[in-house]
Design a binder for this molecule. Structure first.
Ligand SMILES: [Fe+2]
Length: 249
């Protein structure tokens, strides 16, 4: 009996504490994530093993590198849907995008070319170099227009955690939701991102977790992390706090 309960505890610990991923790069050939549909199917299988059954793919939309539009992204989504069906992988797949705050995104949004999450939740991303110009005003304007902005991986922006950690308080208090990467908690970047992500948990600022899965290396990092005491500690602290499975109903 004890043996079986150990086994079930072990399999539970290898799962993510949510079933809906709102941040991943698994659409084939559209950004720096999965290069082809075969890779995409294998990545989705890994995600299913973590207990995910609803996946919202969020390919990059960035002016400088991936100026993606629906006529590129939607066929990639349908290609993956067909391949998953043929492979017998049962998952609720849809797409939105991870939107770098730049002029291209502003124009696409104004033109109605941005697919949001349900309930007008929208994933936005700062530049990694510096905070976008007039960020607070932009986020405020989004809210006025009825969007619910979710900031992608705030723990990864060095100009916040090294120079202006008070920005986390300001932005979260202003109603911007924070999505932290599982990869940050796993130590998949550097110790600084991990420590910052843990601080955001302590402050109660983590509204969503996302995998930000791009490739098999990321999947291996997450697999290894899910068996650790760190993961259990993080997930215990986040219990009943995550919105991943709540806001898309
Ligand atoms: Fe991403």
């Amino acid at each position: 009996m004890a043996f079986f309960s150990f086994l079930s505890r072990k399999s539970e610990s290898a799962r993510l504490p949510f079933r809906t991923d709102i941040h991943c790069h698994i659409l084939p050939g559209v950004d720096d994530g999965s290069p082809d549909v075969e890779t995409s199917v294998e990545l989705v299988k890994r995600m299913r093993n973590w207990g995910l059954d609803r996946i919202i793919a969020t390919p990059h939309i960035t002016e400088a590198t991936f100026p993606n539009t629906p006529d590129v992204l939607d066929p990639a989504l349908h290609e993956l849907e067909d391949a998953l069906k043929n492979a017998g992988v049962d998952v609720d797949l849809s797409r939105a995008s991870e939107n770098r705050i730049d002029d291209f995104f502003r124009a696409e949004l104004a033109a109605g070319q941005i697919t949001t999450f349900p309930n007008r939740y929208i994933l936005v991303e700062n530049s990694f170099i510096q905070e976008p110009w007039q960020l607070d005003q932009f986020l405020f304007d989004l809210k006025i227009q009825g969007y619910n902005p979710i900031m992608a991986h705030p723990e990864r922006f060095h100009y916040y955690f090294e120079e202006h950690p008070e920005r986390y308080d300001q932005l979260h208090r202003a109603g911007v939701l924070f999505q932290v990467n599982v990869l940050s908690l796993a130590g998949g970047y550097t110790k600084k991102e991990k420590r910052t992500a843990e601080k955001l948990i302590e402050k109660g600022y983590v509204d969503f977790l996302g995998t930000d899965l791009h490739n098999f290396r990321h999947a291996d990092v997450i697999d290894a992390y899910l068996t650790t005491k760190d993961a259990r500690r993080h997930f215990d602290a986040l219990e009943n706090r995550l919105l991943n499975d709540k806001v898309f109903i």
